[in-house]
Design a protein around this ligand. Structure first.
Ligand code: DON
Length: 304
């Protein structure tokens, strides 16, 4: 499989680099608006310990919403199934930053991947501590999963989002008004903006995502039972209102980020990280989605 996988990644990378439409980089976080769109990287970490890459796989990018998977894993470790009293497990059918459902549904966000839901899981991780302590736990989890201590938070990106994060601030205060925040909104938001600003290369992200494969030689961060549930949520909610389309086209659990990254999982076989900063209409990486679709087809990888 190794030779075929490397050849497929090289072909995908070459093809993506020849693209004339890279999509639009996110600009609502000004610091992310500065990123050059014509970049592409892909890495695959296999259950048996292999690591394969092509393209700009040594360039760090902003993981953004992909970090919500790690925050959820930590929050579940802390709260167990009690967490589900505070946040649901259904696709939202709305954009990642939509606020309308929150009022109709009494401040219980639809799922842990829309922003409101991730603010709740972040609140659970914060647990009465100072943001730097919660962030140390978060980074400790990601570094241990990746077996790489050279993973950091970009403070400029966090600051840039804090200065323009009115929508998320509205979410946090709205949640607090329903009694669904245990910590002060400012501390929860500070923690949330910082974990979203974690930077990784695709190699680091693919390695950090191995714990979601379920079998193989890498650090086991959570139980197998929980791995299955995290994958179920990634499949149904990982791409927001584009989740059905992604499941149809790619057929793998995955989580996107507005920095242009996608973390995908082939249960029992591999973890995939792809990055290209230009986004499609749904706010997910344009070429990243195309690359995932092609990789899944060529390797015959699908959960269906
Ligand atoms: O809260 C936000 O808007 C960002 N920190 C994360 C959003 C994001 O990555 C959406 N995913 N595609």
């Amino acid at each position: 499989m190794a030779a075929k996988l490397q050849r497929v990644l090289d072909e995908i990378s070459q093809q993506m680099r020849a693209s004339t439409d890279w999509g639009e980089v996110a600009s609502y976080i000004p610091e992310l608006g500065e990123v050059r769109p014509d970049q592409f990287a892909i890495s695959v970490a296999t259950a048996d310990g292999g690591l394969f890459s092509a393209g700009d796989f040594q360039t760090r990018f902003s993981a953004q919403s992909i970090t919500k998977v790690f925050t959820l894993a930590i929050a579940l470790g802390r709260a167990g199934d009690q967490l589900w009293h505070r946040v649901g497990r259904e696709p939202s059918g709305t954009a990642f930053n939509s606020i309308v459902q929150l009022e109709h549904e009494q401040g219980r966000p639809r799922n842990p991947f829309v922003n409101a839901g991730a603010i709740v899981t972040t609140d659970e991780v914060l647990a009465g501590r100072e943001p730097r302590e919660a962030l140390a736990e978060f980074l400790g989890f990601v570094r241990a999963a990746a077996e790489d201590d050279d993973i950091h938070i970009n403070a400029d990106v966090a600051r840039s989002e804090t200065a323009h994060g009115h929508r998320n601030a509205a979410h946090a205060h709205f949640l607090a008004s329903f009694g669904n925040l245990k910590n002060p909104p400012e501390k929860v938001l500070g923690t949330y903006f910082h974990h979203c600003a974690t930077e990784m290369t695709t190699q680091q992200l693919a390695k950090a995502g191995r714990f979601l494969i379920g079998t193989g030689s890498y650090p086991r961060m959570v139980s197998l039972d929980r791995v299955r549930r995290l994958n179920a949520l990634m499949l149904t909610c990982g791409h927001y209102d584009g989740s059905g389309e992604f499941a149809y086209r790619v057929g793998l659990p995955a989580k996107s980020g507005v920095g242009g990254g996608i973390l995908g999982v082939v249960p029992g076989q591999a973890s995939i990280a792809v990055w290209s900063p230009g986004l499609n209409r749904n706010g997910n990486s344009k070429l990243g989605t195309e690359a995932m679709e092609q990789l899944a087809r060529e390797m015959d990888w699908s959960v269906f």
